[in-house]
Design a protein around this ligand. Sequence first.
Ligand code: WQD
Length: 338
Amino acid sequence: MNILVTGGAGFIGSHTVVELHNAGHTPIIIDDFSNSEASVLKGLHKILGEEVKFYEGNCNSEEFLRSVFAENSIDGVIHFAAAKAVGESVENPLKYYDLNIGSLIKLIQVMGEFKVEKLVFSSSCTVYGEPDEVPVSELTPRKPANSPYGNTKSIAEDILRDVVKAGMNYQFIALRYFNPIGAHESAEIGELPNGVPSNLVPYITQTAAGVREQLTIFGDDYDTKDGTNIRDFIHVVDLAKAHLAAFDYLNGKSDSFYDEFNVGTGEGYSVLELVQTFEKVNDLKLNYKIGPRRSGDTVKIYGDVSKANKLLNWKTQKSLEEALKDAWRWEQKLAERK
Ligand code: WQD
């Protein structure tokens, strides 16, 4: 199948392109490099042994989308392209609502013009807010997001659900990601944070590489086993494979269909446990300190992923240790490039 991957040069998008190709599909990438770079396409070429068809542009432009659909007979879409910096979304909400919601609406409309019905959407566990209990299942009520970024994910899910409820002929799946970490074992692609990383693992690997002075753990006075936050850290390659499984599942669907799935490991690890695991598997000492809490942080969240395990016939294969080894190998490869 020809699968359009919007944001396909991004962290999760590029790893998904690899898995689509390995499964015999033909991925077509759209990206505007606002949160990625052209070097990712070179990395994909090295891994796949061939160029991936690529269009540079922004999904919030209808005529750009139309030009791509007109040139290719697209069987389905995976929509990653979005702005995703939680902090920036608080300062600049309009950019987030315009881009993240605008591009989804335009994408669905252009898909309709070309009779493309299948879409896998990149959602996030952030729709659960601070859950009353963990693990969270898909039946756990969503809570008001604590950032405009998170709210755009919730609104996007409502759009998908309402379009299908209106009886329009689409088949949609929303995948609710937890915390993607790690990198492809080849170290040809991986996470490329813009500027100072806000996410934990790239900050850790940059500290280990001497790019950052010291990691600050944001608070160790939470009501958890060691006082630090609990998260569901999923290897990005396992997450990429979940998109393939979601597409295979959609292949069996017709008419109007929408469903949502948690994609995580189903286990929760604390921030401190992750730091200590990173030190152990990579045999190094990390320079870190405990600092004040970061506002907006969820205390603990991890997924009940039994629905995806059963219906998508998908489950994570890679361990936290593997992810942290792969993340470190990628950071060292980046250092060699400089
Ligand atoms: C994880 C934990 C921090 C950095 C965000 C988005 C979510 C998704 C994943 C896109 C927290 C702690 C972090 C640091 C730290 N993004 N931390 N020191 O906040 O769980 O989720 O990214 O879909 O939508 O909200 O990820 O990696 O920022 O933080 O102590 O320098 O690591 O406090 O407990 P988060 P994160």
